[in-house]
Design a protein around this ligand. Structure first.
Ligand SMILES: *Cc1c(COP(=O)(O)O)cnc(C)c1O
Length: 327
């Protein structure tokens, strides 16, 4: 199939390793993790896989300014600011103001020399696309050619980042001589899930793609992911048939809300770090891995023996939460 072209900046392929101690708690499960937290240092996490495709489009269109949006600790915004610096072009981030302008990704955004525009939560929810488009016009009047990247880089072309990751997993299955019954990912804006699902179907692979949402709810994401997938078909002309029932997303692990942590979630992150030597993040992977473990404890996913969890990154979002941890 003819996929869109991309730039190559991420450290790929990322390794797959077994979670030995976690697996040993479940008599009939082998749980693995794919280290997409190691796609880069500054560029780490899942967003760079999607940005490789979006930014190729931007550069091909002669753009010299990237505009995107996110929460103040957005991993996506940080990866975009870093990528702009890597390429020697400029960037502007439209960030939700939560009054905590310190540390973590926000600190790195400033190191990368990006321009930051703060907006309120209400404006973010209702007007972020208009606000980014207005900034684009303003920059164009100043002689730049700007490219707007949607939240989480989750759009038709961004999907190919995780389409490619799924193909990477299929070839790693051969090398490792393992067949994954389930591939589990966090769902934050839906692009990661969409890419895995699309490639899984096109390759007629039997794995179950499972998402665990960390904001909104299942209905919201079934709509979003359907929209993203349909936009992706425009690039390849390869349509897959699916219904909303085919999109398996497990709700119930949003906790106190997006980017808000419960004591249990933070305890899970520190227990997991001790047990496996791997750091999860509080906004995405900590909630999703906790969700997966809770589901397995409840006896769910019975039919799945080999389970692969995608570590989508988020390390820098942990540091602003340091004072919420109890040791
Ligand atoms: C953005 C993000 C996700 C969610 O991925 P989507 O493709 O937006 O659903 C998961 N984990 C981390 C660390 C992220 O930054």
């Amino acid at each position: 199939m003819d996929k869109p072209k991309k730039i190559k900046v991420a450290n790929l392929p990322t390794k797959i390793q077994k979670l030995e101690r976690l697996s040993s708690f479940f008599s009939d499960k082998d749980i693995y993790i794919k280290r997409d937290d190691q796609t880069g240092t500054e560029l780490s996490g899942n967003k760079i896989r999607k940005l490789e495709y979006l930014v190729k489009q931007a550069l091909d269109n002669g753009c010299d300014y990237l505009i995107t949006c996110g929460g103040i600790q957005s991993n996506h915004a940080r990866a975009t600011a870093c990528l702009a610096a890597t390429l020697g072009i400029k960037s502007l981030l439209v960030l939700k103001d939560n009054g905590q302008k310190t540390n973590g990704n926000y600190f790195l955004d400033n190191l990368f020399g990006t321009e930051i525009k703060f907006i309120t939560q209400g404006d973010y929810d209702k007007n972020r696309i208009d606000i980014m488009n207005n900034e684009k016009e303003r920059l164009e009047k100043a002689g730049f050619k700007a490219f707007v990247i949607p939240e989480g880089a989750s759009n038709g072309i961004g999907t190919f980042g995780y389409y490619e990751a799924m193909e990477e997993i299929l070839s790693q299955e051969k090398e490792l001589n393992i067949k994954f019954d389930a591939i589990v990912t966090t769902v934050g804006s839906g692009g990661t899930f969409a890419g895995l699902f699309y490639a899984n179907k096109i390759n007629k692979n039997s794995a179950k793609i499972i998402g665990i949402n960390v904001c909104h709810d299942v209905d919201y994401f079934k709509d979003e992911i359907s929209k993203i997938l349909k936009a992706s078909f425009e690039y390849t002309k390869e349509i897959i048939n699916f219904t909303k029932e085919d999109l398996s997303i497990i709700d119930g692990y949003v906790g106190n809300g997006y980017a808000l942590s419960t004591k249990e979630e933070l305890k899970f992150i520190s227990d997991f770090a001790k047990m496996e030597g791997i750091i999860l993040d509080p906004v995405y992977t900590g909630k999703a891995m906790n969700g997966l473990v809770q589901e397995l404890k409840k006896g769910k996913l019975k039919e799945c023996k080999n389970i692969l969890f995608i570590h989508t990154g988020g390390l820098f979002g942990l540091f602003p939460k340091e004072n919420e941890f109890e040791f």
